[in-house]
Ligand binder design. Structure first.
Ligand SMILES: NC(=O)c1ccc[n+]([C@@H]2O[C@H](COP(=O)([O-])OP(=O)(O)OC[C@H]3O[C@@H](n4cnc5c(N)ncnc54)[C@H](OP(=O)(O)O)[C@@H]3O)[C@@H](O)[C@H]2O)c1
Length: 168
């Protein structure tokens, strides 16, 4: 299952969304937190919880973070066969290796390499503002970009006064 709605609407999803869904069904979170343009302030994320850890907590279900760093249109248009030069790679973060492997196989089937990006608490490395975000690197480039990421959110992706003011 792919959860791909604006982050601010995640808490409004039905509480029984996963009732009857088997535990081995992989849930993928594609989300990105845009406090200034769209989502408003989400305090746990501002305080350092990774976006996907917050989503997993809201959903009460483990998630794999993937697809978040590529434009949707590029997913449609830029896939290449396995082994092709310059094949775009996408980072895949999560705490369950089997679930990550399922997502990496799915990526391969639709024309992309998957790069294991560690556990969900490491997934800040692929959040908005990081070197891998929106850059369409190949696998070596993704590994380098993940290694070079800094944990602090960039100013463009922190809640500003306007975002906080909206909640008062
Ligand atoms: N667009 C991209 O290129 C891209 C790439 C990577 C990651 N992302 C991330 O993926 C997430 C979704 O992005 P998007 O561009 O697809 O957003 P979007 O176009 O604004 O919304 C996608 C869908 O979410 C549905 N939705 C919104 N609230 C809902 C709710 N409470 N319950 C059920 N469905 C709901 C909307 O359905 P209705 O129209 O029926 O309201 C809409 O079809 C965001 O976090 C975004 O940052 C986007």
């Amino acid at each position: 299952m792919i959860v791909t709605i604006p982050m601010k609407n995640i808490p409004r999803l039905p509480k029984d969304l996963f009732d009857g869904v088997a535990d081995d069904v992989v849930v993928v979170d594609t989300g990105n937190y845009y406090p200034q343009q769209r989502d408003g302030r989400i305090d746990p994320i501002e305080q350092g919880t990774t976006e996907s850890r917050w989503v997993a907590t809201q959903l009460r279900r483990p998630v794999v973070k993937a697809f978040n760093n590529i434009y949707a249109r590029h997913l449609l248009e830029r896939g290449k066969p396995r082994g092709a030069s310059g094949r775009i790679a996408l980072p895949v973060a999560g705490d369950d290796q089997r679930a990550k492997d399922v997502v990496i196989r799915l990526l391969d089937q639709i024309g992309f390499d998957g790069v294991d990006a560690g556990g969900l608490d490491e997934s800040w490395r692929q959040q908005p503002g990081t070197p891998v975000y929106g850059t369409d690197h190949d696998a070596a480039g993704v590994r380098k970009a993940l290694a070079e990421a800094k944990p602090a959110r960039t100013a463009a992706f922190k809640a500003g006064e306007a975002a906080s003011a909206g909640r008062r």
